[in-house]
Ligand binder design. Sequence first.
Ligand code: DC
Length: 223
Amino acid sequence: MRSDAIVTIDGPSGAGKSTISRMFASKLHYTYLDTGAMYRAVGLKVTRLGIDPADSEAMARMFEDLDLRLLPGGDDTIVLLGEDDISKAIRTPEMGMIASRVSAEKIVREKLTQIQREIGKNGGIVAEGRDMGTVVFPKAECKFFLDASPEERARRRQLQLLEKGQSVDFQVLLDQIIKRDRDDSSRDLAPLQPADNAVIIDSSKMSIDEVVNFMMNYFEKVQ
Ligand code: DC
């Protein structure tokens, strides 16, 4: 099995991408790249600094000293802004909405795309996000688009948050998911959509292991 392929996993929020991407990367002994965490980190920094995401000059200055590091973690990627561990602070539904907002800005997409390509330049990576197979790594050897119904995604997100001690109303989560899908899919830059050559997986009625096994079989076939 190749050790230097690029695998992309795109899809809407709550489709199980993070868990599945991490498991798949670990099976392949590949690096797992959580690009959503990068957009969330930028969203957090912009919020802390009180910058208007549409102010491109202020955003450019913000990127000049953006000291963002992603380290492999257990359940979640460890995200550091300078010496500040923001791993927990970025994982709230509100930060998801803010990340979605900043991710529509050209400068944010350009800067993060550049960093992501640099991380993936030698392959051996499972890159998870919204535009991995379409924009960031269009020549990736193996592309997946992971989907599930909005209701199933809201249910899974609610369970996930409960495990972290956060209790959030189902309807609130469902509304957020539907809004985020709409915003992420309808933006002009790198909208959420499957790459032409991506394998689309609807995981609504599949277990995590079933999805990972399906992916592994496909990955072995395209080698
Ligand atoms: O995957 P996530 O929920 O952590 O992502 C948070 C937001 O970041 C998502 O709503 C849209 C944005 N995002 C993006 O635009 N492109 C990516 N590759 C990853 C995330």
